[in-house]
Design a protein around this ligand. Structure first.
Ligand SMILES: [Zn+2]
Ligand SMILES: [Zn+2]
Length: 262
């Protein structure tokens, strides 16, 4: 089964296209399952907003309703799930648990983008120092330990800022991999930065050394397109390249999450 669980919508402020365009593009790309996972809105105590990163909380219901409408409209052509790419923000976790009870949300993936909260914390894509990398690693593991997340999105996010894969990166990879292995949580092989030609095409993640450590540790992996525009779903190039690169993972390579979900 060809499945993608990492799909954004224009609501986040840095993705483009109508929701339905993503569905059509996924069908064109041969996907049988499309999971919307836009950036989670949070009930910021400070009144903070981050319109270039995530939708306002007031738009959550409309997002969920749009996905439900498309699920019905395209039934029989593609399966649609609705989730969020979500951080672990310790101060808001009880709100998150309540929200998961109250709303029709199928799953969460952990995108550990910010230190504690984006109101004050750094963006881990700009990590340049070992101490920041350590906070990323420990925070991501604490997030996974909540049991709320289906997989760890772009586990090697820090390679957006780090320019070489040094001993601290190896230690981070090892720690993250061992935690994922122990909790049986897959890691995502995220190809979005390749699609957009991040860092002048030199890329950032997926990082080969990071994933060779993950493989040694026996972590399951799944491709995530992290689509921020419909063309990421209809153009097969990134998915096929990633699929080939993950051949070495053998039975650890997942095509979908159906066996593991719930
Ligand atoms: Zn995004
Ligand atoms: Zn994403």
């Amino acid at each position: 089964m060809k499945a993608n669980y990492h799909t954004h919508t224009a609501r986040c402020g840095h993705a483009k296209g109508a929701d339905e365009d993503y569905v059509r593009a996924a069908i064109d790309g041969g996907f049988e399952l499309l999971g919307f996972s836009d950036h989670m809105p949070w009930p910021y105590a400070s009144g903070f907003t981050n319109p270039g990163v995530r939708m306002a909380l007031s738009r959550m219901d409309e997002y969920l309703a749009s996905a439900a409408r498309l699920r019905e409209k395209y039934a029989g052509k593609i399966r649609i799930l609705t989730g969020f790419e979500c951080e672990h923000f310790p101060a808001y976790m009880s709100w998150l648990r309540d929200t998961l009870e109250e709303k029709p949300i199928d799953y969460l993936i952990l995108g550990h983008h910010f230190d504690e909260t984006d109101e004050t914390g750094m963006y881990f894509g700009r990590c340049t120092r070992a101490s920041q990398l350590r906070r990323y690693t420990d925070g991501a593991i604490r997030g996974l330990e909540t049991g709320l997340f289906m997989y760890l999105a772009h586990p090697d996010l820090f390679m957006r800022g780090y320019r070489r894969f040094d001993a601290d990166c190896r230690a981070a990879a090892r720690d993250l991999a061992q935690a994922c292995r122990a909790m049986d949580i897959p890691m995502e092989y995220n190809v979005h930065d390749r699609f957009i030609g991040y860092n002048g095409g030199r890329g950032s993640y997926p990082h080969p050394e990071f994933f060779s450590i993950a493989m040694e540790e026996g972590v399951r992996v799944i491709i995530g397109l992290d689509a921020h525009e419909p063309a990421e779903l209809s153009n097969p190039a990134q998915w096929e390249r990633a699929h080939g690169e993950l051949e070495a993972f053998g039975g650890l390579r997942l095509d979908d999450m159906e066996a593991l979900r719930k």
